[in-house]
Design a protein around this ligand. Structure first.
Ligand code: 3PG
Ligand code: MG
Length: 372
């Protein structure tokens, strides 16, 4: 099997027009970028190419416009920020303004690469999508993964294939259904799984506990029961913070009365989860422990984030919500690797490959030989 070509495998880039697929799908609030992490993350690749004399043309999607132009999703704010960071880069309009992008239409790919000599994929966060700009150009042009994509793949496949132990995965967020595949894959490689967020209520239901009116997924109870009987170490919360039947702030054990709703793990669980994180040598975290946007329900996520920052373990955080939580608590600099991908990081951990990586391996310039 060919290996994924790197920037060096492009040969001499001087004077070449290089199309760089980036993931500039940044959070916007009333047209203003609230976090430019994904733009800054692409700069090393842009600088690598420009310093060797290449002309860089970037392109990305932004949000989910339905295959036609929509001002709300214009790249203008991104273009303005990029012009401050990398003034010589050209940035195309939102790729998803054309239905050919998501349909992976070869005619759209052909238009994208008109006048382009070389292709670079640095859009880790979108590489689980078999869209035209991700999988199309490597069929036609000498191609490579950018430095961001390479780093993400090294770190995440390192977790999957060769983690320092104990290796702990901390998962949160609302839905177990979104993460069932990755949870099952992780159970084979982790020493312990830590579960918080609303998804814990589906596990509680599987244990026959009373969850009041908390969010849960009835159709996933059976899957949770199966995970619980897998014989692996799964840590669930043993206290919960939320609201009682009158909507007042309340603390519960693992038995929630009628009308009660859980919105965060309790202080006892947060402390116990921190201990697991402190004792680990590798930790992967995806998904908040509670509704941290609401200060009343932020403590669980904050405590876990602080343990992630303090542990001597190698720490990796994937997913926009967990990264946003770290940013809110100003702890992102204390994490070894904050992934730019949410869905992509989970899919890479689950399957060990992504459509965007497979496409690069099939590029005309891909070197023979196994990946190291
Ligand atoms: C993301 O933000 O997760 C990536 O940019 C992919 O976006 P998508 O989920 O709309 O494909
Ligand atoms: Mg550390």
């Amino acid at each position: 099997m060919a290996r994924i070509p790197t920037l060096e495998d492009l040969g001499d880039v001087a004077g070449k027009r290089v199309f760089v697929r980036t993931d500039f799908n940044v959070p916007l609030d009333e047209g203003k970028i609230t976090d430019d992490f994904r733009i800054r993350a692409a700069l090393p690749t842009i600088e690598w190419l420009e310093s060797r004399g290449a002309k860089v043309v970037c392109a990305s999607h932004l949000g989910r416009p339905k295959g036609k132009p929509d001002d709300k999703y214009s790249m203008a704010p991104v273009r303005a920020r990029l012009a401050e960071l990398a003034p010589d880069v050209e940035l195309l309009e939102n790729l998803r303004f054309d239905s050919g992008e998501e349909a992976n239409d070869p005619a759209f790919t052909a238009r994208l690469i008109e006048g382009i000599d070389l292709y670079v994929n640095d859009a880790f966060g979108a590489s689980h999508r078999a869209h035209a700009s991700i999988v199309g150009p490597p069929k036609m042009l000498p191609s490579a993964m950018g430095l961001l994509l390479q780093k993400e793949v090294d770190v995440l496949l390192g977790l999957r294939n060769n983690p320092k132990r104990p290796f702990v995965a901390v998962l949160g967020g609302a839905k177990i259904s979104d993460k069932l595949g990755v949870v099952e894959a992780l159970l084979d490689v982790v020493d312990a799984l830590v579960i918080g967020g609303a998804m814990c209520f589906t596990f509680f239901a599987a244990q026959g506990k009373s969850i009041g009116d908390s969010l849960f997924e009835p159709d996933q109870v059976e899957s949770c029961a199966r995970l619980l009987s897998s014989g692996r170490t799964i840590h669930l919360p043993d206290d919960i913070v939320g609201t009682d039947a009158d909507g007042a702030f309340a603390t519960f054990g693992t038995w929630l009365p009628d009308g009660a709703k859980g919105f965060d793990i309790g202080p006892g669980s947060a402390a116990a989860f921190s201990d697991v994180i402190m004792d680990a040598r590798t930790v992967f975290w995806n998904g908040p422990m509670g509704v941290f946007e609401d200060e009343r329900f932020a403590a669980g996520t904050r405590t876990v984030a602080q343990a992630m920052a303090e542990t001597k373990a190698f720490t990796v955080v994937g997913g926009g919500d967990s990264a946003a939580a770290l940013a809110q608590f100003r702890l992102e600099d204390d994490i070894d690797h904050v992934s730019t991908g949410g869905g992509a990081s989970l899919e890479l951990l689950e399957l060990g490959d992504l459509p965007g990586l497979a496409a690069l391996r099939a590029a005309p310039n891909a070197p023979a030989g196994n990946e190291e």
